[in-house]
Design a protein around this ligand. Structure first.
Ligand SMILES: Cc1cc2nc3c(=O)[nH]c(=O)nc-3n(C[C@H](O)[C@H](O)[C@H](O)COP(=O)(O)O)c2cc1C
Length: 221
């Protein structure tokens, strides 16, 4: 698989089979992803990779909270600006339309949307997951480093025949994640990531992108 293929075939997969992810594949991916760039080589990421019993325990504990309607934990960072301006507001709306439209969920059916979203906390059935933390003292540039790291992981997973879905949804239950992972106090959960083999029978939308001239400006000499 060349890099273009890896980039184009990576997408947020929200249905996985229960086929186990080989430990060696995860080890290869995480070793290679360590070579992701970061400003002044800070490497500000802290990744926890879970499979088996620990992941089952986390899904169980979180699933209990979801099913009893327990309130989300207090946020540790703002996931989106409170007033999304154009064009981001429209893009977010379009994403919801594509994602839930593909599942046959009507726009106003908030309950059905929530039900679909709750699959996040089962990792969409994935047998492996990664939880990415960042030190609370880090600033926007280091958050960007963490993003590059996560994309590096996701592209390497494609080389292994694996798929993924990055999930900020896990930050909603960061206390439960911390109960299972026991991270040092100075770390804050940025997101989770489901990892596994795609269940091709699960319907999902291929989310589009803005026209290139909305996001890229070529200035020719
Ligand atoms: C940092 C980050 C957090 C995300 N959080 C979630 C999430 O909690 N749940 C989810 O289903 N998808 C989540 N996504 C997936 C995005 O919705 C998806 O990447 C976007 O809609 C583009 O679609 P694509 O990745 O399939 O191309 C997240 C993606 C990123 C990069």
């Amino acid at each position: 698989m060349n890099v273009y293929e890896a980039v184009r075939s990576r997408r947020a997969v929200r249905g996985f089979t229960d086929r186990q992810v080989p430990a060696q594949a995860l080890a290869r991916v995480m070793s290679a992803a360590a070579w992701a760039p970061s400003a002044s080589n800070l490497q500000p990421w802290h990744a926890y990779v879970l499979t088996g019993g620990p992941l089952a325990e986390l899904k169980k504990r979180t699933g209990e909270r979801v099913s009893t309607g327990d309130a989300w934990d207090e946020p540790e960072y703002e996931q989106y600006p409170p007033d999304l301006e154009s064009p981001y507001r429209e893009r977010r709306f379009a994403f919801g339309e594509q994602r839930y439209g593909a599942l046959g969920i009507a726009r106003g059916d908030l309950e059905a949307r929530q039900r679909a979203a709750s699959a996040n906390w089962d990792c969409f059935g994935a047998p492996a997951a990664l939880f990415c933390y960042i030190d609370r003292g880090m600033g926007p540039a280091q958050w960007s480093d963490v993003g590059m790291y996560l994309q590096t992981v996701m592209l390497l997973l494609r080389e292994e025949g694996l798929h993924s879905c990055a999930q900020m949804a896990w930050a909603k239950y960061h206390r439960t994640v911390a109960e299972v992972l026991s991270p040092p106090k100075e770390l804050m959960l940025f997101c989770g990531m489901s990892i596994g083999f795609e269940d091709v029978t699960v319907t999902d939308a291929r989310i589009g992108r803005a026209p290139l001239d909305e996001t890229v400006t070529f200035i020719d000499g």
